[in-house]
Write a new protein. Structure first.
Length: 91
């Protein structure tokens, strides 16, 4: 995907915000812990990185559920296989 720096940063910030929310809501992390987890999951990658933004191919919900419940979360926790009703409102 080709995007401008502003588009990349906007997308990155949105995914960080959503990931942190999921980690607070479903993982019980505090706001500082959830933001640190989001920054770790979604580090800024310079424009020259060959696979810049690859983590953005799946939404934050998926990455958070993998972290919280492991690879089998869709099978073991089918109630969490799709984002909650509140998730899309996060923007």
């Amino acid at each position: 995907m080709t995007w401008s720096e502003a588009e990349y940063v906007d997308c990155l910030e949105g995914e960080r915000r959503r990931y942190a929310w999921v980690m607070r809501r479903y993982g019980g992390l505090t706001p500082p812990e959830s933001w640190a987890a989001a920054l770790d999951r979604y580090p800024y990658e310079p424009a020259a990185e060959p696979y810049r933004g690859l983590v953005l191919h799946d939404e934050a919900w998926h990455w958070a559920m993998l972290t919280l419940h492991g690879d089998r979360y869709p099978v073991d926790r089918p109630d969490l296989a799709s984002p909650s009703a509140e998730y899309p409102a996060l923007g």
